[in-house]
Design a protein around this ligand. Structure first.
Ligand SMILES: [Zn+2]
Length: 249
């Protein structure tokens, strides 16, 4: 199914590019109309430094896991150096031409990684719902904000997973309702109650997860050696940096 979607996308996107350049014309080319490259989001133009807008924002969400160490990509719709750097790292990570410019090849790779509900291929919303059965409700922000926050973390985790050798990552706790967070002894106002925090367990190792997370867009890292974090590595998206995994780095 993914291959079929990508195939359609490549034709549709290249067709759209060719048309925009005025290289082709005529009914035989125009019919049938190019399908959307992806049912979630389709980019219609090449983007590079200096560009801005919602299409840049959509790109930033999907490359945020390829940030330089300690220099997260702001999801602000402005294609600055951090975004260009992340696009370069994404391109290098997937064996594409490396130029920091987002064009058909980069979009094709994103479409290939993306499921119809906009989640990356190796993660699903169901892995991040509150473990007390309350879904994404009952937190410290709206259900829709939680879904947005969870989705952004999922793209970072997709990058982390790829960098760690395409090994499955195990989410032990994603979003938590306030009551569930209280039940498990989470910090008051925990990132988990916003959907911006995620706990990982298992392979490859908690320290490998913590170390690689530094260059995967996570400003919050709490892992082995930190109080209460010897059996999981906690990652979150926050504005200021807080890295605490003394047994790892
Ligand atoms: Zn946590």
């Amino acid at each position: 199914m993914r291959a079929r979607r990508r195939g359609r996308g490549a034709v549709g996107l290249l067709g759209a590019f060719a048309l925009s350049l005025g290289l082709v014309s005529g009914a035989s080319v125009l019919a049938p109309a190019p399908a959307a490259a992806d049912s979630c989001y389709t980019w219609g133009q090449t983007l590079s430094q200096g560009d801005s807008g919602s299409d840049v924002r959509e790109l930033q969400v999907r490359v945020a896991g390829w940030a330089a160490s300690g220099d997260p990509v702001n999801i602000d719709g402005a294609y600055g150096p951090e975004t260009a750097n992340a696009v370069e790292r994404f391109q290098r990570g997937y064996g594409l031409s490396v130029d920091g410019v987002a064009g058909p090849e980069t979009y094709g790779q994103i479409y290939d990684l993306q499921d119809a509900d906009c989640t990356p291929a190796h993660f699903a919303f169901s892995e991040f719902t509150s473990n007390d059965g309350s879904g994404f409700s009952g937190g410290n922000t709206s259900t829709s904000n939680v879904r947005t926050n969870v989705l952004r973390n999922m793209w970072k985790l997709e990058a982390l997973r790829h960098k760690l050798g395409d090994r499955p990552l195990y989410v032990s706790s994603g979003f938590r309702s306030v009551s569930h967070n209280d039940d498990v002894g989470g910090a008051p106002n925990s990132k988990h109650t916003y959907g911006t925090g995620v706990d990982l367990t298992g392979a490859p190792s908690l320290c490998d997860l913590a170390r690689e997370a530094r260059s995967s867009g996570f400003n919050g890292i709490i892992g082995p050696g930190a109080s209460g974090h010897n059996d999981h590595t906690h990652l979150d998206t926050r504005s200021g940096r807080y890295w605490n995994a003394p047994n790892c780095f």
